[in-house]
Design a binder for this molecule. Sequence first.
Ligand code: ZN
Length: 149
Amino acid sequence: MFDLRDLYQEVIVDHNRSPRNFGKLENADRTLEGFNPLCGDRLTLYLKIDNDHISDISFDGSGCAISVASASLMTDAMKGKSAEQAEKLFNHFHNLLTKDDEDVDMEKLGKLAALAGVREYPTRVKCATLCWHTLHAALLGDDEAVSTE
Ligand code: ZN
């Protein structure tokens, strides 16, 4: 039997080992820090916004494998998205980590579905959602650093 979990595991290991969109974005329109005191994950998100679309996005910082893989997958998924589309994806992703499978639109999540397993470890959910909460706040124009606590 083909085990989806193995594939998911592989995606997370890969994105943690070689994170996409890692590094400071020069001339970013918005920069916001996020912090998860529970685990010690710390990241900075850099955004370029053109006509209400995320034209470029990157992150740096340090954290556990889940927080880094999540930020890598999220930044990949967000390029070219409008603020509204980003918000929708945020909701789908939040459902993925907090609800049962039947309530989750896996198709819309694509590779992000790799983080589904995190749901079984409630203390790690904040690691996976840190970058998303930070993006959410950055899109709203918040200046204050985001904390998951
Ligand atoms: Zn963490």
